[in-house]
Design a binder for this molecule. Structure first.
Ligand code: ATP
Ligand code: MG
Length: 240
């Protein structure tokens, strides 16, 4: 579903991703862990063209993102993304937030988009909140709207960048629960997270990134119970 070959990304003179090669399979849930500044967000953003790739290949659902002819909107509609800070439009109702992209990008009528949005809001437990504005929601509710909004494009892949890091601790669980359901339904997911419990329980594989390199990758039991690289051991001793 996603193939990454020698992915490099520089900002000016600074090389942030230093040759990442990996593969993510259909229906797989991969968690990306690593220290602050290691390149986790940059890696994720390279998977849906929020950053352009400096060199290497990033093949997502058959499209090589380094091909200048690749259609950004097409890629983004196949790859949904959820951010740490929700990024909802404050001046639009929950329903309008969810239907905006299907109307603008996919050309659905308002009625069609709203019909499709309702079950998604139900799915994230917010069927009753369709007509309220984001301001009146808790952080956990906002993030669940953001998930529904991403799902409204009917993506094949979902990227999550620390989706629970901005939440009060008691609201983390409700968001992780929605993500877990998605995983169980077979969504292909790449999740940058500090929630090691989620990574252990839900992911099929864990990638440990440090200084722009995938230092270690493996099944969660291997990564958490039998880490090999000293940097991974040091990282885990701080976060577990
Ligand atoms: P965190 O856990 O804090 O979110 P991260 O692992 O997601 O960190 P990135 O955001 O990918 O790290 O950043 C990796 C490095 O790239 C950092 O040194 C950061 O300063 C740099 N960087 C990221 N985006 C840009 C940008 N647009 N311009 C210049 N440098 C950037
Ligand atoms: Mg980040």
């Amino acid at each position: 579903m996603i193939q990454v070959k020698d992915l490099r990304k520089s900002f000016g003179e600074t090389e942030v991703l230093k040759g990442i090669t990996t593969e993510i399979h259909e229906k797989e849930v991969v968690c990306v862990i690593g220290p602050s500044g290691s390149g986790k967000s940059t890696f994720l953003r390279c998977l849906n063209l929020l950053e352009d790739v400096t060199s290497g290949d990033v093949i997502v659902d058959g499209s090589n993102l380094i091909d200048p002819k690749v259609n950004i909107n097409d890629v983004r509609s196949r790859v949904g993304m959820v951010f740490q800070h929700f990024n909802l439009f404050p001046h639009m109702s929950v329903l309008d937030n969810v239907t905006l992209a299907p109307i603008k990008v996919k050309g659905l009528s308002k009625a069609e988009a709203e019909r499709a949005a309702k079950p998604l809001l139900d799915k994230v437990g917010l069927g009753e909140k369709a007509n309220v504005y984001p301001n009146s929601l808790s952080g956990g509710q906002k993030q669940r709207v953001a998930i529904a909004r991403a799902l409204a494009m009917n993506p094949k892949i979902m990227l999550f960048d620390e989706p629970t890091s901005a939440l009060d601790p008691e609201l983390v669980g409700e968001v992780l629960e929605v993500m877990k359901e998605l995983a169980e339904e077979g969504m292909t997911m790449v999740v940058v997270t500090h929630e090691m419990g989620f990574a252990k329980e839900v992911s099929d594989r864990v990638f440990f990134i440090d200084e722009g390199i995938f230092m270690e990758e493996g099944e969660p039991t291997q990564i958490f119970d039998d880490p090999q690289h000293p940097r991974l051991k040091a990282f885990l001793s701080k976060v577990l």
